[in-house]
Design a protein around this ligand. Sequence first.
Ligand SMILES: OC[C@@H]1[C@@H](O)[C@H](O)[C@@H](O)c2[nH]c(CCc3ccccc3)c[n+]21
Length: 447
Amino acid sequence: MSTDHAFPPGFLWGAATSAYQIEGDPLADGAGPSIWHRFSHTPGRVAGNATGDLACDHYHRAQEDVALMANLGLNAYRFSIAWGRVLPDGRGRVNQRGLDFYQRLVDRLLEQDIQPMITLYHWDLPTALHDRGGWLNPESPAWFADYAQVLFRALDDRVAAWVTINEPWVAAVLGHLEGVHAPGHADAFEAARVTHHLLLAHAEACAVYRAIGAHQIGIALNLEPQYPASDSAADRAAADRRDAFINRWLLDPLFFGRYPEAMPAIFGPAWPDFPSADLERIRRPADFIGVNYYSRGWVQADPSAWPLGATRIQRTDAPSTAMGWEVYPNGLTETLLRLKTQYGNPPAYITENGAAFEDPAPVEDRVEDAHRVAYLRDHITAAGAALQEGVNLRGYFLWSLLDNFEWAEGYTKRFGLYRVDPEEQRRIPKASADFYRKVIASNGVGM
Ligand SMILES: OC[C@@H]1[C@@H](O)[C@H](O)[C@@H](O)c2[nH]c(CCc3ccccc3)c[n+]21
Protein backbone atom coordinates (compact mmCIF):
# COMPACT_ATOMS: atom_id res chain seq x y z
CA MET A 1 0.00 0.00 0.00
CA SER A 2 1.38 3.36 -0.93
CA THR A 3 2.10 5.51 2.07
CA ASP A 4 1.83 8.52 -0.15
CA HIS A 5 -1.23 10.07 1.44
CA ALA A 6 -2.00 12.89 -0.95
CA PHE A 7 -3.48 15.83 0.90
CA PRO A 8 -6.22 17.92 -0.72
CA PRO A 9 -5.34 21.10 -2.63
CA GLY A 10 -5.38 24.09 -0.26
CA PHE A 11 -4.39 21.97 2.75
CA LEU A 12 -2.58 24.23 5.23
CA TRP A 13 1.03 23.33 6.03
CA GLY A 14 2.13 25.45 8.94
CA ALA A 15 4.33 25.69 11.99
CA ALA A 16 3.23 26.78 15.46
CA THR A 17 4.79 28.90 18.22
CA SER A 18 3.56 30.98 21.15
CA ALA A 19 4.43 34.48 22.36
CA TYR A 20 6.07 33.80 25.72
CA GLN A 21 8.03 30.86 24.31
CA ILE A 22 9.75 32.70 21.43
CA GLU A 23 9.45 36.51 21.67
CA GLY A 24 11.77 37.47 24.54
CA ASP A 25 11.86 41.03 25.93
CA PRO A 26 8.43 40.59 27.52
CA LEU A 27 8.25 44.14 28.95
CA ALA A 28 9.48 45.99 25.83
CA ASP A 29 7.66 49.06 24.50
CA GLY A 30 5.31 49.44 27.46
CA ALA A 31 4.13 45.83 27.70
CA GLY A 32 2.68 44.64 31.01
CA PRO A 33 4.03 41.47 32.72
CA SER A 34 2.27 38.10 32.47
CA ILE A 35 1.87 35.33 35.04
CA TRP A 36 4.60 33.39 33.15
CA HIS A 37 7.00 36.34 33.59
CA ARG A 38 6.28 36.31 37.32
CA PHE A 39 6.36 32.48 37.55
CA SER A 40 9.63 31.99 35.63
CA HIS A 41 11.29 34.72 37.73
CA THR A 42 10.31 32.82 40.89
CA PRO A 43 13.35 30.69 41.83
CA GLY A 44 12.83 26.94 41.64
CA ARG A 45 9.79 26.98 39.35
CA VAL A 46 11.51 26.44 35.98
CA ALA A 47 14.40 24.10 35.10
CA GLY A 48 17.66 25.99 35.45
CA ASN A 49 15.66 29.00 36.68
CA ALA A 50 15.27 29.85 32.98
CA THR A 51 12.93 32.65 31.95
CA GLY A 52 11.40 33.96 28.71
CA ASP A 53 13.47 37.17 28.93
CA LEU A 54 15.61 36.10 25.93
CA ALA A 55 13.87 33.05 24.39
CA CYS A 56 14.34 33.32 20.61
CA ASP A 57 14.46 37.15 20.61
CA HIS A 58 11.66 36.94 18.06
CA TYR A 59 10.30 40.34 19.13
CA HIS A 60 13.42 41.80 17.45
CA ARG A 61 13.99 39.10 14.79
CA ALA A 62 10.51 38.61 13.36
CA GLN A 63 11.55 39.63 9.83
CA GLU A 64 14.38 37.03 9.81
CA ASP A 65 12.03 34.36 11.16
CA VAL A 66 9.35 35.09 8.56
CA ALA A 67 12.07 34.61 5.92
CA LEU A 68 12.77 31.16 7.45
CA MET A 69 9.07 30.31 7.17
CA ALA A 70 9.00 31.41 3.52
CA ASN A 71 12.13 29.37 2.84
CA LEU A 72 10.36 26.31 4.26
CA GLY A 73 7.42 26.96 1.96
CA LEU A 74 4.89 27.29 4.81
CA ASN A 75 1.51 28.51 3.60
CA ALA A 76 0.32 29.18 7.17
CA TYR A 77 1.81 30.11 10.55
CA ARG A 78 0.20 29.77 13.97
CA PHE A 79 1.40 32.18 16.65
CA SER A 80 -0.06 33.75 19.78
CA ILE A 81 -0.45 37.35 20.88
CA ALA A 82 0.87 38.38 24.29
CA TRP A 83 -2.19 39.92 25.95
CA GLY A 84 0.02 42.20 28.08
CA ARG A 85 1.77 43.74 25.08
CA VAL A 86 -1.59 44.94 23.71
CA LEU A 87 -3.35 45.66 27.04
CA PRO A 88 -0.63 46.18 29.67
CA ASP A 89 -3.25 46.26 32.45
CA GLY A 90 -5.21 43.42 30.84
CA ARG A 91 -8.13 45.80 30.28
CA GLY A 92 -8.74 49.33 29.03
CA ARG A 93 -5.74 51.22 27.65
CA VAL A 94 -4.33 49.83 24.37
CA ASN A 95 -0.51 49.91 24.05
CA GLN A 96 -0.17 50.90 20.39
CA ARG A 97 3.51 49.89 20.13
CA GLY A 98 2.63 46.38 21.29
CA LEU A 99 -0.22 46.12 18.81
CA ASP A 100 2.02 47.50 16.03
CA PHE A 101 4.43 44.56 16.46
CA TYR A 102 1.62 42.16 15.58
CA GLN A 103 0.35 44.38 12.73
CA ARG A 104 3.84 44.30 11.18
CA LEU A 105 4.16 40.55 11.71
CA VAL A 106 0.82 39.86 9.98
CA ASP A 107 1.76 42.13 7.06
CA ARG A 108 5.13 40.41 6.63
CA LEU A 109 3.43 36.99 6.65
CA LEU A 110 0.93 38.08 3.99
CA GLU A 111 3.75 39.48 1.83
CA GLN A 112 5.09 35.89 1.77
CA ASP A 113 1.63 34.33 1.11
CA ILE A 114 1.68 32.82 4.60
CA GLN A 115 -1.79 32.75 6.22
CA PRO A 116 -1.77 33.83 9.89
CA MET A 117 -3.62 31.69 12.44
CA ILE A 118 -3.62 33.72 15.67
CA THR A 119 -4.02 32.25 19.14
CA LEU A 120 -5.44 34.88 21.48
CA TYR A 121 -4.48 33.14 24.73
CA HIS A 122 -1.51 30.81 25.12
CA TRP A 123 -1.26 30.91 28.94
CA ASP A 124 0.29 34.35 29.49
CA LEU A 125 -2.43 36.13 31.51
CA PRO A 126 -1.49 39.71 32.49
CA THR A 127 -0.53 39.81 36.16
CA ALA A 128 -2.83 42.84 36.55
CA LEU A 129 -5.78 40.51 35.91
CA HIS A 130 -4.35 37.63 37.90
CA ASP A 131 -4.11 39.99 40.86
CA ARG A 132 -7.87 40.53 40.49
CA GLY A 133 -8.47 36.78 40.78
CA GLY A 134 -7.43 35.80 37.28
CA TRP A 135 -9.39 32.94 35.72
CA LEU A 136 -11.07 32.30 39.08
CA ASN A 137 -12.87 35.64 38.78
CA PRO A 138 -16.32 35.28 37.16
CA GLU A 139 -15.54 38.53 35.29
CA SER A 140 -12.63 36.83 33.46
CA PRO A 141 -14.69 35.75 30.41
CA ALA A 142 -15.70 39.42 29.89
CA TRP A 143 -12.07 40.57 30.25
CA PHE A 144 -11.10 38.05 27.55
CA ALA A 145 -13.96 39.04 25.21
CA ASP A 146 -12.94 42.72 25.47
CA TYR A 147 -9.32 41.84 24.70
CA ALA A 148 -10.43 39.64 21.77
CA GLN A 149 -12.55 42.46 20.37
CA VAL A 150 -9.53 44.81 20.26
CA LEU A 151 -7.64 42.22 18.18
CA PHE A 152 -10.58 41.32 15.94
CA ARG A 153 -11.05 45.01 15.05
CA ALA A 154 -7.33 45.53 14.44
CA LEU A 155 -6.50 42.37 12.48
CA ASP A 156 -9.53 40.42 11.26
CA ASP A 157 -9.28 41.90 7.76
CA ARG A 158 -5.98 39.99 7.30
CA VAL A 159 -6.28 36.91 9.50
CA ALA A 160 -7.65 33.59 8.17
CA ALA A 161 -8.34 31.90 11.49
CA TRP A 162 -8.41 32.68 15.21
CA VAL A 163 -7.84 30.27 18.06
CA THR A 164 -9.41 31.62 21.27
CA ILE A 165 -7.71 29.55 24.00
CA ASN A 166 -4.77 27.15 23.73
CA GLU A 167 -5.38 24.03 25.86
CA PRO A 168 -7.74 25.12 28.67
CA TRP A 169 -6.99 21.78 30.33
CA VAL A 170 -3.27 22.49 30.71
CA ALA A 171 -3.88 26.06 31.91
CA ALA A 172 -6.33 24.77 34.55
CA VAL A 173 -4.76 21.45 35.62
CA LEU A 174 -1.03 22.23 35.42
CA GLY A 175 -1.54 25.83 36.56
CA HIS A 176 -4.16 25.42 39.30
CA LEU A 177 -4.32 21.73 40.33
CA GLU A 178 -0.74 20.45 39.95
CA GLY A 179 0.92 23.83 40.40
CA VAL A 180 3.75 23.11 37.93
CA HIS A 181 2.72 25.87 35.49
CA ALA A 182 1.87 29.52 36.14
CA PRO A 183 0.29 30.70 38.39
CA GLY A 184 1.58 27.70 40.41
CA HIS A 185 -1.58 26.98 42.41
CA ALA A 186 -2.20 23.47 43.75
CA ASP A 187 -5.81 23.72 44.86
CA ALA A 188 -8.39 21.02 44.08
CA PHE A 189 -11.15 23.60 44.27
CA GLU A 190 -9.72 25.81 41.50
CA ALA A 191 -9.28 23.62 38.40
CA ALA A 192 -12.98 23.03 37.67
CA ARG A 193 -13.87 26.72 38.00
CA VAL A 194 -10.85 27.87 35.95
CA THR A 195 -11.77 25.41 33.17
CA HIS A 196 -15.36 26.62 33.24
CA HIS A 197 -14.33 30.28 32.97
CA LEU A 198 -11.88 29.49 30.15
CA LEU A 199 -14.69 27.76 28.23
CA LEU A 200 -17.00 30.71 28.92
CA ALA A 201 -14.23 33.05 27.74
CA HIS A 202 -14.04 31.05 24.51
CA ALA A 203 -17.82 31.29 24.11
CA GLU A 204 -17.92 35.06 24.77
CA ALA A 205 -15.13 35.68 22.25
CA CYS A 206 -17.00 33.55 19.68
CA ALA A 207 -20.14 35.62 20.33
CA VAL A 208 -18.21 38.86 19.74
CA TYR A 209 -16.66 37.35 16.62
CA ARG A 210 -20.06 36.31 15.25
CA ALA A 211 -21.04 39.97 15.33
CA ILE A 212 -17.93 41.52 13.76
CA GLY A 213 -15.71 38.78 12.32
CA ALA A 214 -15.50 37.55 8.75
CA HIS A 215 -13.33 34.44 8.94
CA GLN A 216 -12.91 31.36 11.14
CA ILE A 217 -12.70 30.97 14.92
CA GLY A 218 -12.01 27.88 17.02
CA ILE A 219 -10.24 26.51 20.09
CA ALA A 220 -7.15 24.27 20.43
CA LEU A 221 -7.36 21.25 22.75
CA ASN A 222 -4.65 18.87 23.91
CA LEU A 223 -6.25 15.53 23.03
CA GLU A 224 -4.60 12.33 24.21
CA PRO A 225 -6.26 8.94 23.61
CA GLN A 226 -6.14 6.70 26.67
CA TYR A 227 -5.44 2.94 26.55
CA PRO A 228 -5.60 0.48 29.48
CA ALA A 229 -2.22 -1.04 30.39
CA SER A 230 -3.98 -4.41 30.69
CA ASP A 231 -7.42 -5.74 29.82
CA SER A 232 -8.38 -5.92 33.49
CA ALA A 233 -11.65 -4.24 34.37
CA ALA A 234 -9.79 -1.96 36.79
CA ASP A 235 -7.37 -0.71 34.12
CA ARG A 236 -10.14 -0.29 31.55
CA ALA A 237 -12.17 1.76 34.03
CA ALA A 238 -9.07 3.80 34.87
CA ALA A 239 -8.47 4.57 31.17
CA ASP A 240 -12.10 5.65 30.82
CA ARG A 241 -11.76 8.01 33.79
CA ARG A 242 -8.56 9.51 32.38
CA ASP A 243 -10.28 9.90 28.98
CA ALA A 244 -13.07 11.88 30.66
CA PHE A 245 -10.54 13.90 32.68
CA ILE A 246 -8.34 14.91 29.73
CA ASN A 247 -10.48 14.70 26.60
CA ARG A 248 -14.21 14.70 27.28
CA TRP A 249 -14.05 17.34 30.06
CA LEU A 250 -13.54 19.82 27.19
CA LEU A 251 -15.04 18.06 24.14
CA ASP A 252 -18.44 17.31 25.69
CA PRO A 253 -19.31 20.86 26.83
CA LEU A 254 -18.06 22.33 23.52
CA PHE A 255 -20.01 19.90 21.34
CA PHE A 256 -22.87 18.69 23.57
CA GLY A 257 -23.29 21.48 26.14
CA ARG A 258 -22.70 19.14 29.07
CA TYR A 259 -19.80 17.96 31.24
CA PRO A 260 -19.10 14.21 31.43
CA GLU A 261 -20.97 12.51 34.23
CA ALA A 262 -17.59 11.28 35.55
CA MET A 263 -16.49 14.80 36.56
CA PRO A 264 -18.45 15.16 39.83
CA ALA A 265 -17.28 11.65 40.76
CA ILE A 266 -13.67 12.57 40.03
CA PHE A 267 -13.69 15.92 41.82
CA GLY A 268 -16.29 15.20 44.50
CA PRO A 269 -17.05 18.36 46.55
CA ALA A 270 -14.56 20.29 44.38
CA TRP A 271 -16.99 20.07 41.46
CA PRO A 272 -19.38 23.06 41.56
CA ASP A 273 -22.92 22.84 40.25
CA PHE A 274 -22.50 24.88 37.05
CA PRO A 275 -25.56 26.76 35.69
CA SER A 276 -27.03 25.06 32.61
CA ALA A 277 -27.28 28.49 30.94
CA ASP A 278 -23.47 28.61 31.02
CA LEU A 279 -23.27 25.23 29.28
CA GLU A 280 -25.68 26.48 26.64
CA ARG A 281 -23.39 29.45 25.97
CA ILE A 282 -20.32 27.19 25.84
CA ARG A 283 -21.97 25.01 23.21
CA ARG A 284 -21.68 27.91 20.75
CA PRO A 285 -20.70 26.35 17.39
CA ALA A 286 -17.14 27.45 16.82
CA ASP A 287 -16.03 27.04 13.19
CA PHE A 288 -13.31 24.45 13.83
CA ILE A 289 -11.58 22.33 16.46
CA GLY A 290 -7.81 22.53 16.85
CA VAL A 291 -6.14 19.25 17.87
CA ASN A 292 -2.81 19.38 19.71
CA TYR A 293 -1.58 15.77 19.47
CA TYR A 294 1.68 14.42 20.86
CA SER A 295 1.15 10.97 22.32
CA ARG A 296 -1.23 8.58 24.01
CA GLY A 297 -1.82 7.65 27.65
CA TRP A 298 -1.03 4.10 28.79
CA VAL A 299 -3.14 3.84 31.92
CA GLN A 300 -3.02 1.69 35.03
CA ALA A 301 -5.50 1.74 37.91
CA ASP A 302 -3.91 3.23 41.01
CA PRO A 303 -6.20 3.89 43.99
CA SER A 304 -3.53 6.09 45.62
CA ALA A 305 -3.45 8.52 42.68
CA TRP A 306 -5.92 11.35 43.52
CA PRO A 307 -8.20 12.45 41.88
CA LEU A 308 -8.40 9.80 39.15
CA GLY A 309 -7.32 6.57 40.80
CA ALA A 310 -5.35 6.14 37.59
CA THR A 311 -1.84 6.89 36.43
CA ARG A 312 -0.21 7.22 33.03
CA ILE A 313 2.71 4.74 33.07
CA GLN A 314 5.84 4.79 30.97
CA ARG A 315 6.00 1.86 28.54
CA THR A 316 9.43 0.24 28.43
CA ASP A 317 8.66 -1.64 25.21
CA ALA A 318 7.88 1.40 23.05
CA PRO A 319 9.91 4.35 21.75
CA SER A 320 9.43 7.64 23.58
CA THR A 321 10.51 11.25 23.19
CA ALA A 322 12.73 13.35 25.47
CA MET A 323 9.52 14.38 27.30
CA GLY A 324 8.89 10.72 28.19
CA TRP A 325 5.90 10.62 25.81
CA GLU A 326 5.38 7.40 23.86
CA VAL A 327 5.76 7.76 20.08
CA TYR A 328 2.35 6.48 18.91
CA PRO A 329 1.28 7.84 15.48
CA ASN A 330 -1.85 5.67 15.32
CA GLY A 331 -3.17 7.69 18.25
CA LEU A 332 -3.38 10.72 15.96
CA THR A 333 -5.48 8.81 13.41
CA GLU A 334 -7.69 7.44 16.18
CA THR A 335 -8.14 10.87 17.78
CA LEU A 336 -9.14 12.43 14.46
CA LEU A 337 -11.49 9.54 13.65
CA ARG A 338 -13.13 9.99 17.05
CA LEU A 339 -13.99 13.58 16.12
CA LYS A 340 -15.69 12.18 13.02
CA THR A 341 -17.55 9.30 14.66
CA GLN A 342 -18.45 10.85 18.04
CA TYR A 343 -18.46 14.64 17.57
CA GLY A 344 -20.02 15.25 14.18
CA ASN A 345 -16.90 15.42 11.99
CA PRO A 346 -16.27 19.18 12.56
CA PRO A 347 -13.69 21.07 10.47
CA ALA A 348 -10.39 20.33 12.21
CA TYR A 349 -6.78 21.46 12.16
CA ILE A 350 -3.86 19.71 13.76
CA THR A 351 -2.83 22.89 15.57
CA GLU A 352 0.20 21.20 17.17
CA ASN A 353 2.21 18.02 16.55
CA GLY A 354 5.92 17.51 17.13
CA ALA A 355 8.55 16.02 19.40
CA ALA A 356 11.53 16.82 21.58
CA PHE A 357 14.55 14.58 21.26
CA GLU A 358 18.12 14.85 22.53
CA ASP A 359 19.34 16.34 19.25
CA PRO A 360 22.97 15.74 18.28
CA ALA A 361 25.27 18.75 18.34
CA PRO A 362 25.38 20.80 15.12
CA VAL A 363 28.01 19.75 12.57
CA GLU A 364 28.87 22.42 9.98
CA ASP A 365 25.75 24.40 10.86
CA ARG A 366 23.32 21.54 10.57
CA VAL A 367 21.65 19.19 13.05
CA GLU A 368 20.97 15.58 11.96
CA ASP A 369 17.74 14.98 13.93
CA ALA A 370 16.81 11.60 12.45
CA HIS A 371 14.41 10.77 15.32
CA ARG A 372 12.36 13.89 14.69
CA VAL A 373 12.24 13.21 10.92
CA ALA A 374 10.89 9.72 11.65
CA TYR A 375 8.35 11.08 14.18
CA LEU A 376 7.09 13.70 11.73
CA ARG A 377 6.95 11.30 8.78
CA ASP A 378 4.90 8.80 10.78
CA HIS A 379 2.51 11.41 12.19
CA ILE A 380 1.93 13.21 8.90
CA THR A 381 1.24 9.79 7.37
CA ALA A 382 -1.19 9.11 10.23
CA ALA A 383 -2.94 12.41 9.50
CA GLY A 384 -3.23 11.38 5.84
CA ALA A 385 -4.77 8.07 6.89
CA ALA A 386 -7.46 9.97 8.82
CA LEU A 387 -8.16 12.09 5.74
CA GLN A 388 -8.58 8.89 3.70
CA GLU A 389 -11.25 7.86 6.23
CA GLY A 390 -13.20 11.06 5.63
CA VAL A 391 -12.02 13.18 8.56
CA ASN A 392 -12.62 16.87 7.88
CA LEU A 393 -8.96 17.82 8.32
CA ARG A 394 -7.94 21.21 6.92
CA GLY A 395 -4.33 21.65 7.98
CA TYR A 396 -1.25 20.60 9.94
CA PHE A 397 0.80 22.94 12.18
CA LEU A 398 4.12 21.49 13.28
CA TRP A 399 5.30 22.23 16.83
CA SER A 400 7.64 24.04 16.52
CA LEU A 401 9.41 26.35 14.08
CA LEU A 402 12.21 27.08 16.60
CA ASP A 403 13.66 25.48 19.72
CA ASN A 404 12.11 27.66 22.42
CA PHE A 405 11.17 28.16 26.09
CA GLU A 406 9.47 24.85 26.99
CA TRP A 407 7.60 26.12 30.08
CA ALA A 408 8.68 24.35 33.28
CA GLU A 409 11.41 22.53 31.32
CA GLY A 410 13.02 25.83 30.37
CA TYR A 411 15.40 25.43 27.40
CA THR A 412 16.25 21.80 28.12
CA LYS A 413 13.72 20.38 25.65
CA ARG A 414 14.08 21.13 21.95
CA PHE A 415 11.04 20.83 19.60
CA GLY A 416 12.25 23.07 16.77
CA LEU A 417 12.92 22.57 13.08
CA TYR A 418 15.71 25.09 13.73
CA ARG A 419 18.08 24.87 16.68
CA VAL A 420 18.22 28.05 18.74
CA ASP A 421 20.41 28.75 21.76
CA PRO A 422 19.21 31.87 23.65
CA GLU A 423 22.71 33.12 24.35
CA GLU A 424 23.74 33.20 20.68
CA GLN A 425 20.41 33.32 18.77
CA ARG A 426 21.44 31.67 15.51
CA ARG A 427 18.82 29.61 13.71
CA ILE A 428 20.62 26.34 12.76
CA PRO A 429 18.61 24.15 10.35
CA LYS A 430 17.88 20.56 11.26
CA ALA A 431 17.29 17.66 8.85
CA SER A 432 13.61 17.87 9.88
CA ALA A 433 13.41 21.34 8.29
CA ASP A 434 14.54 19.88 4.95
CA PHE A 435 12.13 16.98 5.42
CA TYR A 436 9.19 19.30 6.09
CA ARG A 437 10.10 21.53 3.13
CA LYS A 438 9.82 18.45 0.88
CA VAL A 439 6.48 17.39 2.45
CA ILE A 440 5.05 20.84 1.72
CA ALA A 441 6.45 20.93 -1.82
CA SER A 442 4.87 17.56 -2.64
CA ASN A 443 1.74 18.16 -0.52
CA GLY A 444 2.19 14.88 1.31
CA VAL A 445 4.64 12.24 2.47
CA GLY A 446 5.81 10.65 -0.73
CA MET A 447 7.91 7.51 -0.53
O1 LIG B 1 5.30 20.59 25.14
C1 LIG B 1 5.30 20.99 23.81
C2 LIG B 1 4.13 21.93 23.54
C3 LIG B 1 4.25 23.29 24.26
O2 LIG B 1 5.49 23.90 23.97
C4 LIG B 1 3.08 24.17 23.78
O3 LIG B 1 3.17 25.50 24.27
C5 LIG B 1 1.76 23.59 24.26
O4 LIG B 1 0.65 24.09 23.51
C6 LIG B 1 1.78 22.08 24.25
N1 LIG B 1 0.79 21.25 24.61
C7 LIG B 1 1.27 19.99 24.62
C8 LIG B 1 0.51 18.78 25.06
C9 LIG B 1 -0.03 19.03 26.50
C10 LIG B 1 1.06 19.33 27.45
C11 LIG B 1 1.50 20.65 27.60
C12 LIG B 1 2.53 20.95 28.48
C13 LIG B 1 3.10 19.94 29.25
C14 LIG B 1 2.65 18.62 29.11
C15 LIG B 1 1.64 18.33 28.19
C16 LIG B 1 2.57 20.03 24.22
N2 LIG B 1 2.86 21.32 23.98
